[in-house]
Design a protein. Structure first.
Length: 140
């Protein structure tokens, strides 16, 4: 089933100049970019984005990290895009991620793990709407 998902190249990925390498992995996985923008999130915007984690012990640190520098947010589309993106990213902790995944190959720690991907259809819908309006998402 063709679906859309949201991905973010996190501030560590931008700082390490990895936009091209990460996008290559995503395109090679069969995903197409349908919308894209670079933003420097405020702490509040990062908190709103990760609100599902507001009770977690890492929420404060995670939202500081996500607002420390620019990020690249994008809507990706493809067959089973949510699962395909998560597969290309690898497990949350780069140490547990398979070789050949973005996190294993580029990330430095559990928190600073280069890339975000929506984990369900519900979260994809919330996250795409958080950053993009309908006119900004290409339909062709
Ligand atoms: P993401 O939502 O960013 O795609 P994920 O779905 O693999 O990552 P989540 O459990 O949703 O993992 O955690 C969100 C993010 O919070 C992680 O990607 C990581 O940056 C950070 N994180 C998760 N667990 C921890 C932890 N125990 N300590 C520090 N940071 C963490
Ligand atoms: Mg998540």
């Amino acid at each position: 089933m063709k679906e859309k998902t949201l991905s973010i190249i996190k501030p560590d990925g931008i700082r390490a100049n990895l936009i091209g390498k990460v996008l290559s992995r995503l395109e090679e996985a069969g995903l197409r970019v349908k919308a894209m923008k670079m933003l420097h999130l405020t702490k509040k915007e990062a908190m709103g984005f990760y609100v599902v984690h507001k009770e977690r012990h890492f929420y404060e640190s995670l939202t500081s990290f996500m607002s420390e520098g620019p990020v690249l947010v994008m809507v990706l589309e493809g067959e089973n895009a949510i699962q395909v993106l998560r597969g290309a990213m690898g497990k949350t902790n780069p140490k547990d991620a398979d070789p050949g995944t973005i996190r294993r190959d580029f990330a430095e720690s559990l928190e600073r793990n280069i890339i975000h991907g929506s984990d369900s259809q519900d979260s994809a819908q919330y996250e795409i709407g958080y950053f993009f309006n309908a006119l900004e998402i290409m339909s062709d």
